[in-house]
Design a binder for this molecule. Structure first.
Ligand code: NAD
Ligand code: UD2
Length: 310
């Protein structure tokens, strides 16, 4: 039996592939390479790569009739909030229809389904830390599609008995995160600027707002740990879980840690706060802790590993 990973050529998906190879699993990656890269997938005779889209129902039908999947990790998505605001129809097709198409194939199988949702579903709900039973306020097409997909995921458990779980990832960082867009994860951008600065390039770090905004930054290896914990855990099925560290840091604190590790950082410039920016975000992780999750990396430990300063 094999494991299907949609979006396995992407940042988070490729780390999951890496870890499952170590566990000697047979893996099928389905990815259309729209934001992922083939080089992200480790070379291994354990991995079969299929270039294609989760919106191609004929392809999905063929895959599910050819392979007997024991589990499906669904990470494929258009991850850009900005793109979802600009093209809500196109991104909805991938970010929501794609999830239903997969669930339809899984319905007649015994496969486990793990869905990559996002803390974006909480929107600007002010209370922190965020708990799974708090009201959601999805403010963008991306967040609406993540929330709708979560509901389809959880309903598949109650309506059809699918062993499904939805995970709300907070701010993930780590190796292979693409820093090339202004809307890339802030850690990938800051580290890219630090590396350029160290090579002698003229560059700067831009902080939008006062830098006191906080985020729950989680290292990608801990996100993989959470995914691998829930997929074989009966207690997880039919549930949604936050995946964060349970503590948050401001951008100013983040820069302090980076300076501490690397010794120097480029000049910092302050720019006006971004429209729609959320001030504070921190996960309450007690629900996933109850089924055995503990993050292995504090922000400093994760950054040290990422920067190879261990
Ligand atoms: P990523 O862009 O690196 O990975 C997404 C992958 O999906 C890419 O490889 C892309 O090519 C693929 N893809 C896109 N559309 C596809 C389609 N129609 N068919 C097949 N493959 C397709 O992004 P990531 O950061 O690794 O995100 C992985 C998942 O986690 C996404 O669902 C994202 O929404 C979610 N998420 C990420 C974060 C974060 O901080 N990075 C936070 C919350 C949720
Ligand atoms: C995350 C998601 C986004 C959406 C949103 C919902 C990522 C990369 N983004 O956005 O897709 O789900 O949550 O809440 O996971 N910043 C700077 N300088 C920079 C870049 C960013 O100051 O060069 C600031 C930015 O304005 C924000 C903070 O850093 O205040 C974090 O930015 P981010 O894009 O990494 O993540 P976030 O939480 O805004």
């Amino acid at each position: 039996m094999s494991i299907l990973i949609t979006g396995g050529a992407g940042f988070i998906g490729s780390h999951l592939v890496e870890e499952l190879i170590k566990r000697d699993e047979e893996i099928v990656v389905l990815d259309d390479l729209s934001s992922g890269k083939i080089e992200n997938i480790p070379e291994s005779d354990k991995v079969i790569f299929i270039e294609g889209s989760i919106t191609d129902r004929k392809l999905l039908r063929e895959l599910f009739s050819f392979y007997n999947f024991s589990s499906v990790f669904h990470l494929a998505a258009v991850p850009s909030v900005v793109k979802s605001v600009e093209n809500p129809v196109e991104t909805h097709h991938v970010n929501c229809d794609g999830t239903i198409y997969l669930l339809e194939e899984i319905k007649s199988t015994d496969a486990v389904f793990v869905f990559a949702s996002s803390a974006a579903v909480y929107g600007d709900y002010l209370k922190n830390p965020k708990k799974e039973d708090m009201p959601v306020n999805p403010l963008t097409p991306y967040a609406v599609d993540k929330y709708a997909s979560e509901r389809y995921t959880l309903n598949s458990y109650t309506l059809y008995g699918t062993k499904s779980v939805a995970l709300r990832f907070f701010n993930v960082y780590g190796e292979r995160q693409d820093p090339s867009s202004p809307y890339s994860g802030v850690i990938s951008i800051f580290i890219d600027r630090i590396k350029r600065f160290m090579k002698g390039e003229k560059t700067e770090i831009i902080i939008y707002g006062d830098g006191k905004q906080t985020r729950d930054f989680i290292y990608v290896k801990d996100v993989v740990k959470a995914m691998l914990l829930v997929y074989k855990n009966e207690k997880a099925y039919g549930n949604v879980f936050n995946v964060g560290t349970g503590s948050s840091a401001s951008l100013l604190e983040l820069l302090e840690i980076l300076k501490d590790i690397t010794g120097k950082i480029p000049p910092v410039k302050f720019a006006p706060e971004r429209k729609g920016d959320i001030k504070h975000s921190c996960a309450d992780i007690s629900k996933i802790e109850e089924i055995g999750f503990r993050p292995d990396y504090s922000l400093k430990e994760g950054l040290k590993k990422l920067l190879k300063y261990e």
